[in-house]
Design a protein around this ligand. Structure first.
Ligand code: MN
Length: 545
């Protein structure tokens, strides 16, 4: 099919074509692959992919591998097998081949910010031409696709230029009346990723890939699944078991001096043995790969109970002089005389083991990072039950907050406290101060509280609240902390502040202290960490007026 001027269109190099893609993205800040210019001549058939992309608007990106790039169309309503349907498709810039299996989250504010799943993938061949690049240039591509959802002949025909779409060509996409055609077939009825079996919502809530803008660009796209941090090996755990009451444990590449390993720290569940310091340290080591990302880069306030959960604990913030050299520390430049000057920062698993051996049964990290201590990375909702608040009341309050956040389009991550309450953590990009987040949470919680005035008190003093719950926005303050995800609580059975899925609020067996150091690791191994999306601090709190 000849081009309009009768000549073959000038064929831009792969590099030139990808330059248009690169122009739109700042690779210091987005986790999409930057692409290697030339990957031609790979063996096997050409591939195609359809990505379901929830950016400012939902669309499906249909991409064909041609000449070492992904030639791409954005299809708002998605491709279909229904031969009676015509879909509008906007021809967009070529994408690098590396993008073909990208599934994850693109930070808000970036080009295409949102979540992406690999909705369909497979191979394809052009029909009626040996030169699909020329066919696209001429405005008509017939593609025989062999995907997991899409099969048969797709046809793309250029219709013209759309004035309101940045000069991009508007095309029509249709499926031929062939043996694969299915009348009434709707892509939205087939919402799962062919890569992970997950929906966009699930990928958004727990992405496999996460952008860490505090790391160099080459390392910034961090895989969360499988986890980057490994737990202790079987040999290391056996070595811990083999120690006497005290001894030296080599773990996570560090050497730690452990003491009083046989001391009972928590009464056990009914009919079970007490939890010793050895078992507590074992838990700290095993949960460290999951828990450390929530502690890293933050000052840690340690709640110590050197004589176990049965005795009163105390806050310990100052890193002691005898702490090992390799432990990361932070000197608070604003510390007044007599205040804590040097804090511990848990940024590797071995540090958490040291914290456990130090008798810190509870781990409370700051809501801000040490490099900007006045700028929180979370807005915190603390649903704090009063003496007459039932667990059902707490669950109801959590559901109301869930609905409010969903209505606002804000991602919040719930966890049980390990005591009687539920917290919701809302990750935000840095910018707002603590007084901003406090005001936002106060406004949100007051709106929620109006729905159930019989359950909530806004009185300051505990004894003035008549036993009612408090929606405590005041925790949004520098050096005020909530218990960290996966931290144990100083109570019998060693309950853990465990992240949950929102859907678990509907599970009648859910209890605020139901997960313990003896059960939560199995849960994480089986279902992953429902909180990991909270590590993507990319949200702006919308005005609530
Ligand atoms: Mn897109």
């Amino acid at each position: 099919m000849p081009a309009r001027d009768g000549q073959r269109p000038a064929r831009a190099t792969t590099g030139e074509r990808l330059a248009r893609y690169r122009e739109k993205r700042e690779f210091e800040r987005t986790p999409e692959p930057a692409g290697e210019a030339a990957r031609r001549g790979e063996p096997g058939a050409a591939r195609f992919v359809v990505q379901r992309h929830r950016a400012s608007r939902l669309h499906y990106d249909l991409r064909f591998e041609i000449d070492g790039v992904l030639v791409s169309w954005a299809v708002p309503k998605g491709p279909t097998l229904d031969p009676t349907v015509r879909r509008m498709a906007v021809h967009v810039e070529d994408h690098p081949i590396d993008y073909i299996d990208f599934e994850g989250v693109i930070p808000a504010g970036e080009y295409g910010g949102g979540d992406v799943i690999v909705w369909d993938a497979g191979t394809w061949e052009p029909h009626g031409t040996g030169d699909p690049f020329a066919a696209v240039a001429a405005g008509e591509l017939h593609a025989e696709v062999h995907g997991q959802k899409l099969h048969g002949r797709l046809v793309l025909v250029r219709r013209g230029r759309s004035a309101d779409r940045d000069g991009k060509d508007e095309w029509v996409l249709l499926h031929k009346h062939d043996e694969y055609a299915v009348q009434g077939w709707d892509p939205e009825d087939h919402p799962l990723s062919v890569l992970s079996g997950r929906t966009n919502d699930q990928v958004k809530a727990d992405p496999d890939r996460l952008w860490r803008s505090d790391l160099p660009a080459g390392e910034a796209s961090v895989a969360l699944r499988p986890r980057a941090l490994a737990g202790p090996g079987e040999d290391e755990l056996l070595a811990l078991d083999a120690l006497g009451d005290s001894g030296t444990w080599d773990v996570f590449g560090r050497r730690l001096r452990l003491t009083n390993l046989d001391k009972q720290l928590f009464p056990g569940p009914a009919g079970e043995a007490a939890i010793t310091k050895r078992e507590f340290i074992r838990y700290a080591a095993q949960v460290a790969p999951t828990a450390v990302p929530y502690l890293a880069g933050r000052a840690l306030n340690m709640h110590r109970y050197p004589n176990g959960a049965g005795e009163k604990g105390f806050w310990h913030k100052q890193l002691p002089k005898h702490a090992p050299e390799w432990i990361t520390r932070w000197d608070n430049p604003e510390a007044d005389p007599g205040e804590t000057s040097t804090y511990l920062v848990v940024d590797e698993p071995a540090s958490l083991v040291w914290v456990a051996n130090f008798g810190a049964l509870e781990w409370h990290a700051w809501t801000s990072l040490t490099d900007e201590p006045h700028l929180p990375t979370y807005a915190l909702l603390d649903l704090d039950p009063g003496p007459s608040t039932t667990w059902a009341d707490v669950v109801l309050l959590a559901r109301l907050h869930r609905d409010a956040l969903r209505h606002l389009g804000v991602r919040g991550y719930p966890k049980v406290t390990g005591q009687r309450g539920i917290q919701v953590w809302v990750p935000i990009s840095r910018g707002p101060t603590f007084s901003d987040t406090r005001a936002w949470v106060e406004q949100l919680s007051k709106a929620v509280g109006k729905v159930v005035p019989e359950l909530v008190s806004w009185k300051w003093g505990k004894h003035e609240r008549g036993g009612l719950a408090r929606l405590d926005y005041t925790q949004n303050a520098i050096n005020k902390t909530l218990v960290a995800p996966y931290s144990p609580r100083a109570a019998p059975r060693a309950p853990v502040s465990a992240p949950i899925d929102w859907d678990e609020l509907d599970d009648t067996t859910l209890r605020p202290d139901g997960f313990t150091v003896r059960t939560v690791l199995e849960r994480v191994a089986a279902r992953g960490d429902p909180f990991s999306g909270a590590l993507i601090a990319d949200q702006t709190l919308p005005p609530l007026d």
